[in-house]
Design a protein around this ligand. Structure first.
Ligand SMILES: CC(C)(COP(=O)(O)OP(=O)(O)OC[C@H]1O[C@@H](n2cnc3c(N)ncnc32)[C@H](O)[C@@H]1OP(=O)(O)O)[C@@H](O)C(=O)NCCC(=O)NCCS
Length: 169
């Protein structure tokens, strides 16, 4: 197993918001943004694992700001933590001001992907070593989020979620 860094997995996708992708208020439709994030995140997960990857869960999505028709939207996805066969991918969504070119954070999301073999069975992946302060912060919190996701999915008993319990002690 060869340790990798979050930057080895980064996937940046920039695209416009077209009329067919908007809601009745002429802002980007939420499902369209979810699909763009899923695509970018799956590429990041694939770059980290070099395996077939599938979306196991969408752990968190915050539609903090509307994204108007015509916006230039950049979706940036990076693996924040690798477990045995699963990976947490953190996604930041930026929009760009037309006149100044300054980018501002519009939304963010966290997805979980699982690396699988040709028969769809989960398969082990390389570990990840965070480098920057932000990567370290996201790495540290990822186990807590994994446990929360598993508890909500009924795949872990709440009393086994040690990281989550530690938050309340
Ligand atoms: C995701 C999938 C491969 C998991 O299979 P499984 O039989 O549950 O496998 P396991 O229980 O061994 O779990 C594999 C890993 O996924 C993690 N996992 C499974 N469900 C999870 C969830 N809801 N949240 C977070 N992690 C999850 C497990 O913790 C485990 O991680 P680890 O090996 O890093 O510790 C399987 O459920 C699947 O193929 N789902 C369909 C995926 C798909 O088609 N996605 C596209 C959407 S249509």
């Amino acid at each position: 197993m060869q340790p990798k860094h979050p930057n080895d997995s980064v996937c940046i996708m920039t695209d416009l918001v077209l009329p067919s992708e908007t809601n009745p208020l002429n802002n980007l439709f939420g499902g369209e943004l979810l699909a763009r994030m899923d695509r970018a995140a799956s590429i990041a997960a694939r770059r980290h694992s070099r395996r077939i990857v599938v979306t196991a869960s969408v752990n968190h999505v915050a539609f903090n700001r509307v994204i108007p028709l015509g916006s230039v939207v950049t979706v940036e996805a990076k693996v924040s933590r690798a477990f045995k066969t699963s990976m947490e991918v953190y996604i930041d969504v930026w929009i760009e001001d037309r006149e100044s070119g300054i980018r501002s954070l519009a939304n963010e999301a966290i997805y979980t992907f699982v690396a699988v073999d040709e028969t769809g069975r989960p398969t082990p992946i390389d570990p990840i070593v965070p480098e920057t302060d932000l990567e370290k912060e996201r790495f540290e919190a990822a186990l807590r989020r994994k446990q929360l996701s598993l508890v909500l999915a009924g795949k872990m008993k709440p009393n086994e979620a040690t990281e989550l319990k530690a938050l309340f002690q």
